[in-house]
Design a protein around this ligand. Sequence first.
Ligand code: NOJ
Ligand code: CA
Length: 706
Amino acid sequence: MKNIVIKNLMVAGLLTIPATMWAYTLESPGKIVSLEADVKDGIPVYSISYKNKPVIKSSSLGVKLVEVPDLTDGFEVVGTQASSFDETWTPVWGENDSIRNHYNEMVLELRQPSTDRKMNIRFRVYDDGVGFRYEWPQQRGLDYFVIDDEMTEFAMTGDHTAWWIAGDYDTQEYNYTESRLSEIRDKMSSAIDGNASQTPFSPTGVQTSLQMKTDDGLYINIHEAALVDYSCMHLNLNDTTLVFRSWLTPDAQGHKGHIQSPAHSPWRTVMVSDDARDILASNLILNLNEPCVYEDVSWIKPVKYMGVWWEMIAGGKQWSYTYDLPSVRLDETDYTKVHPLGQHPANNENVKRYIDFAAENGFDQLLVEGWNVGWEDWFGKSKDYVFDFVTPYPDFDIEMLNNYAKSKGIKLMMHHETSSSVRNYERHMHQAYDLMDKYGYNAVKSGYVGNIIPRGEHHYGQWMNNHYLYAVKEAAKHKIMVNAHEAVRPTGLCRTYPNLIGNESARGTEYEANAGINPGHTTILPFTRLQGGPMDYTPGIFEMNISTFNPNNPAKVNSTLARQLGLYVTMYSPLQMAADLPENYARYMDAFQFIKDVPVDWQKSIYLEAEPGRYIVAARKDKNSNDWFVGCTANEDGHTSTISLGFLDKGKDYEAVIYADAKDAHFRNNPQAYSIVRKKVNSKSKLRLTAAPGGGYAISIKPVNL
Ligand code: NOJ
Ligand code: CA
């Protein structure tokens, strides 16, 4: 066994898998995680262990190329570099107001003698996991190349339990399935549940971030970080050997990446801990991203908002002005003639009603969807109008409404549904952002519903990934924040571009109004989708029985009301919506108080209890005060917690307001039964709280006499 010392870092021989000899071993700063790497028979390989337990067995690395020899084998190690890094940085917004980035790093410099080409593999080892990436230095013979597929393997040590969604190039909006790895194939068709945008590429293909648990209690998570100019990675399982292999999203020609050196892949990440709470608290993905590129970030501000939205999603009303009357011209000025039923909620009168309610209750912004011409074309009902993102419908007076909002101390939030006609969006983007500047909008929710145009491209391919980032960078030139729906799953890019204030990229509350969301969904998302960045989950539904306001929709929301409050704490996001209708909030103003109080930016976050698929309890301290907020979300079995308030300042008195499920609450038949209890607490207090089936709770804790 070679023991080598490079720079200040000991790269020591592996002690725990004596049967295997590894040339290079790199331990994490606290010696908790260990990475082994080598080139065996010309193939680069690695393995990972945690507190001496294997996590990833020997797994090969490499990339297959189109038309030229692959970068998968025939390698030799020509050099290594190692270093340590320890820095604390300040995010513009986040779960914590400072983040430590502490790792040991090793670069394996490889050469393929038969082609004289070079490739490096850079590993970073943290106490909570590992990141590694391929690097292609600029060189003759590798200036420009096309990836056929990436051959990165992740060899599992057993038939773990996994929380997974089907591999799919165009949607992430699935319920999760909990199963053994060996059961993925059998469960694939029920996991798709009629929701696939296309047939999955493989009966054992899944998306990242993938959360797993071993039989001896290790939590393992595989994802990627800093997905830039590359296609998004899926994982394809060999369910005989239990080895995952990366599977990149193809382009219209079936190719998986166009690379010009010098270049590198995104980081492949493996997080690991024996405590589920550490997976939620991990900053590994953010840390693997580059620091913020903007000098001035004063314009980037967390946002609490309401929306003219649920009326369409659940209420059955229309985005389009001329819906089902395609013959009616938009120059019709009499709105009542065009829409005798008043089915277009983005009209002056209704928007003013929302502005009044949002402003009275302290919100920052109001989203208005369906404000602009183009929805007719999308529905194929008219060829007269396309989205240009600047032309309001006749019943939406953009100037008057923005001024009205301003006079009440709030802003309107822009909406750009691109209908995935991406070239059309790029053509109009600059005038669209100019219009936002003109009227004072500083945030846009964008959307990518439908098949991508140009046809054949996919939502998660390299071309689209470049588009999403282009939209964010161009928006920054206008000091605009972006919240993109249906875009590729986040990979921590919000560290580098913090005006990427939110994303959807998973099944969100909109599904409660149609196909449904499993009660345990929100106990999984923070382990998976939220690893890469915040989600615009749009919580805050108080009326679970949709037929109350839309007789044509029998859908019921699979959650109690108290749990909807808890989500403002468990689902971290600097952009949070109160998604329900003002009239539904008006009936429960005592519970609505929590949504009014809860901040959207934090000094400190602590995960008190967590188990994927079961429950999550989080506590967070407001960034701008000494107030604390606690939230819980539970699956269909409910959950009883005993939480200690040891995180409060010692010797201080606080008042806790506890919003909890009533004893007889149940997401299915009694979701609106809640209680609100006030209690004096301090750092020695313990609270025993019960979340109903599909329930949760929320607590605000404020210092007394301050
Ligand atoms: C899907 C988005 O997720 C939803 O929020 C939006 O209302 C519709 N697209 C229309 O843009
Ligand atoms: Ca969506």
